[in-house]
Design a protein around this ligand. Structure first.
Ligand code: UD1
Length: 363
């Protein structure tokens, strides 16, 4: 179980700390690990691999040229196991990604969504508190805004979640607000992401959901590579210019950079703060289809079918608050997201399946 040392990392005396990443083998978590390692943080990962594989972390280390400090396969609802991780490592801050995240699935398995997303968060909070770790960056979602009828959404927009996934994130935010109110040692940053997409530019890391992808970009990528025949566009009768739903897609590399910036700002103030992460630019499903077609050099076949339960017409961020607070702005556009997602899909036509296993020494 000993933490391994880095080989050739860029950690300096001024970089702060050891960060525990829950869900570190997942789509956003794995990219966050690379970014944190690249910036000198010591990284500890916990993941139950329910929607990921250990091989991802081997790739994280290959890209970063450093080892992840330790990796634990556990469900964060297992307080004893989680507590043992905090006993072993001097954790300074936690970035909490571990959760179920598919809207459609959440309408079929609501109890499991609340159990994992809310129960996982309360378990983590109690273990953190016991170990006097009070700095947390929480992975929230624009889904909390629900059906707002369009227009850029600022953090002050009232929450009206429309599906169990969204409600689970909203409940977590309310729990975190109470925790900060009654345990003032806590500093929490809730980052409400709009739609993270794309992949690491190396092509080694990307989005590889198990089974049939729920989310748009990985589905389109699998159509492009020939794994699926055509995209089903959910709804062509939304009140939008082309009738398909509009989202604010945010490059996963921009998303994880914002988490690192958030870590740097956690200590600025106690209590809970909430920030949107988005570009402020909306793209329809058909805009994504066209952009991906340009990236891969062939038209993406699609058919328009009925709306998906729980979906809303338009979600676009007013992302000005985070820019004002920290000077952080995303720098990558939809073309870059499609280019990088396509690069990953081309190099990994069957996702991570078949890639080399993590070497021994894995925790
Ligand atoms: C949802 C959440 C978002 C969260 C994301 C995590 C809402 C409103 N948004 O995003 O906060 O970050 O899950 O995964 O709850 N689509 C198709 N065909 C497909 C797949 C998707 O047409 O096969 C359409 C959807 O109807 C939607 C758009 O593409 O209009 C994006 O869908 P998706 O990628 O699943 O993300 P959201 O549901 O917007």
């Amino acid at each position: 179980m000993d933490a391994r040392t880095s080989y050739g990392g860029a950690r300096t005396a001024s970089t702060p700390s050891t960060v525990l990443v829950t869900g570190g083998a997942g789509f956003i978590g794995s990219h966050a690990c690379v970014d944190l390692l690249d910036h000198g943080y010591e990284v500890i990962v916990v993941d139950d691999y329910s929607n990921s594989t250990p091989q991802v972390l081997t790739r994280v280390e290959r890209i970063a040229g450093r080892f992840v400090g330790a990796v634990y396969e556990l469900d964060i609802r297992d307080r004893r196991a989680l507590s043992a991780v905090f006993d072993r490592h001097s954790v300074d801050a936690v970035v909490h990604f571990a959760a179920h995240k598919a809207v459609g699935e959440s309408t079929r398995m609501p109890v499991q969504y609340y159990d994992t997303n809310v129960g996982g968060t309360t378990s983590l909070l109690s273990v953190m508190h016991e170990h006097r770790v009070h700095q947390l960056v929480f992975s929230s979602s624009c889904a909390v805004y629900g059906d707002t009828g369009g227009g850029p959404l600022a953090e002050t927009t009232p929450a009206r979640p429309t599906n169990p996934y969204a409600t689970s994130k909203w409940l977590c935010e309310q729990i975190l607000a109470d925790v900060c109110r009654y345990w003032p040692q806590f500093a929490v940053l809730c980052l409400r992401y709009f739609n993270p997409a794309g992949a690491h530019p190396s092509g080694l890391l990307g989005e590889d959901p198990g089974g049939v992808p729920d989310n748009l970009m990985p589905y389109v990528a699998q159509v492009a590579v020939g794994r699926r025949e055509r995209l089903r566009v959910f709804g062509g009768d939304y009140p939008t210019p082309d009738g398909t739903a509009i989202r604010d897609y945010l490059h996963v590399m921009d998303t994880v950079e914002a988490h690192r910036v958030a870590l740097d700002h956690l200590a600025d103030a106690p209590g809970m703060r909430v920030f949107n992460l988005g570009t402020g630019t909306g793209s329809s499903v058909l805009d994504v289809v066209t952009a991906f077609g340009s990236a891969c050099g062939r038209a993406i076949p699609y058919e328009i079918v009925g709306r998906r339960p729980g979906d809303v017409a338009e979600l676009v961020a007013d992302a000005s608050a985070v820019a004002r607070a920290w000077g952080w702005r995303p720098t990558r556009d939809l073309a870059a997201m499609c280019r990088d997602a396509w690069h990953f899909q081309q190099l990994n036509p069957r996702g991570y399946a078949g890639s080399a296993r993590r070497p021994s020494g894995e925790e």
